[in-house]
Design a protein around this ligand. Structure first.
Ligand code: DUC
Ligand code: ZN
Ligand code: ZN
Length: 489
């Protein structure tokens, strides 16, 4: 009888703590030994000195989700998770998205029904809260947090999604009390709408005007406001998909003050610019996401924040829409930038792009790569140490990386999402995950998938440390009881 199910020999194992040369043994889906491994296994793989990294955790991706405009994502839980696996990601945290009037309980049930028969890797859900009704705040959210949905995203823009500052306070106060982390899409709604109205009025409707309407100051202002709102009630907050110099600096300064404000960025903000949207007709819609990619100075600021730890996570914000009337361009070539579906695919290329542009070009270290793509996501969202590391007792989720492999992005030949194009078509990528293992199962090897539909497991999440308040609400809140008012918390 073999001692283990799987042994990886001659691995260069990287975690956030260290880099070591050795072996890895897996039993019953978990790491059973890391370092010197003696004994036998049902299967051995010689990594030949290649890097073995924790499987990626993608804590921001949209799968089988209907957008605020009512447009369905191109990827379902099968194509989305297959695509993630091929890119070295072994855990995804997509969204169970409430639209106004919906019961959050029902929303969560619907997303489980969609994911259970299809996902090939493990998954959890964040909630998107658009309708913080008395029922949602009083009953559903507290109960759902207890059931393992310990993070929610809220929007400060989009007519169909946005919550008011008042509603943000309600949601943040609840999250603080019950131990959930709030993620925020921070853009000033009225600035965007005002600019868009005038652009459209003058006939400037091409995709490139999306980047004008979503002005940098709209992100900077909303970032500052979101942080102030969180400060009032002493609630931690995570700013998603950050793209912009002033907003990043505001985040950095908040962290320097000791506030529990976290930040995320995405591949499109290191690899694309607004010029990519400047294409004939409506073609530029293929590069359109919100916030929009900016310019090379903003890219540099994003790199700096990845390097100095201002950003904790590098997520895909995979928001997949085909380039047709059911997706990106609902009105065909008559679609204005206001009507385009917002978002770009990125589940599969997230890790390779950061490896190639970051590690290979000497901008970040291997340790930072692991933190930004896996460990920090697991820590922030209550999945650590089950996910996000290589350690005895953790789920055996990892990828063997060929750091020398050169790949030219060709959607048709190599990507597994259902989008039909890649915004990174033709890019040279240096370094690729060649073997991917999820809970001890070799799910990707030699360019082939070996994972059954529905073999991914749902991950209920504990309340994370990231959601614990500092215990320092605004002085006026603290003073309430002195004036005879009932303390709010
Ligand atoms: N926000 C996201 O998080 N994803 C896609 C589009 C958007 O506005
Ligand atoms: Zn968003
Ligand atoms: Zn998103």
């Amino acid at each position: 009888m073999a001692d283990y199910d799987l042994i990886i020999r001659n691995a260069r194992i990287v975690t956030v703590e260290r880099q070591t040369d050795g072996d890895i043994a897996v039993k019953d889906g978990k790491f059973a030994a890391v370092g010197e491994v003696s004994g036998t296994a049902k299967r051995e793989i010689d990594a030949g000195g290649k890097f073995v990294l924790p499987g990626g955790v993608d804590s921001h991706c949209h799968i089988e989700q209907k957008s605020g405009f009512g447009i369905m994502c191109a990827d379902d839980f099968y194509t989305g998770t297959v695509s993630a696996a091929f890119g070295g990601t072994t855990t995804v945290i997509p969204f169970a998205a409430q639209h106004r009037g919906m019961s959050l309980r029902q929303v969560v049930k619907d997303y489980h029904e969609a994911a259970t028969p299809k996902a090939v890797i493990d998954y959890a859900f964040h909630l998107i809260v658009t309708d913080p009704s008395p029922q949602a705040l009083g009953q559903e959210l507290p109960a759902l947090i207890k059931d393992g949905y310990t993070s929610f995203k809220i929007y400060m823009t989009y007519d169909a999604m946005k919550v008011s500052d008042y509603q943000m306070l309600d949601i943040l106060a609840l999250a603080r009390r019950d131990g959930a982390l709030v993620m925020v899409h921070a853009e000033n709604h009225d600035m965007i709408n005002w600019l868009a109205h005038h652009l459209v009025d003058q006939g400037h409707v091409a995709p490139k005007f999306h980047a004008i309407a979503h002005a940098r100051i709209a992100e900077a202002e909303a970032t500052n406001r979101a942080i102030s709102i969180a400060r009032l009630v002493d609630a931690p907050l995570l700013l998603v998909h950050m793209s912009e110099i002033e907003a990043i600096e505001t985040l950095r300064q908040a962290q320097k003050k000791g506030l529990k404000i976290f930040g995320e960025t995405c591949p499109q903000y290191i690899a694309l610019t607004s010029d990519d949207m400047d294409k004939p007709g409506v073609q530029g819609a293929m590069w359109c996401c919100s916030p929009p990619p900016r310019d090379s100075a903003a890219q540099e600021a994003v790199w700096e924040a990845l390097k100095d730890g201002t950003f904790q996570t590098f997520s895909s914000d995979h928001a997949p829409y085909q380039f047709n009337e059911g997706g990106k361009i609902p009105k065909g070539d008559k679609t204005t930038f206001k009507e385009m579906a917002n978002g770009v695919p990125g589940l599969e290329l997230r890790l390779p792009l950061l490896f190639s542009e970051g590690v290979q070009k000497g901008r970040i270290t291997m340790q930072q790569f692991v933190a930004l793509t896996a460990t920090n996501h697991a820590k922030l969202y209550g999945l650590y140490p089950k996910k996000g590391t290589i350690a005895v007792g953790s789920d055996a989720d990892f990828a063997i990386w060929d750091a020398d492999k050169q790949v030219t992005v060709r959607w048709k030949e190599m990507l597994h999402d259902n989008v039909g194009y890649s915004p990174y078509e033709g890019r040279e990528i240096h370094g690729w995950p060649i073997t991917v293992v999820s809970r001890g199962r070799v799910v990707v090897e030699n360019g082939k998938l070996d994972a059954a539909r529905g073999s991914g497991q749902f991950l209920p999440r504990a309340s994370p440390d990231s959601a614990k308040p500092l215990g320092n609400p605004a002085p006026e809140l603290q003073a309430m009881s002195r004036f005879g008012a009932k303390p709010l918390f």
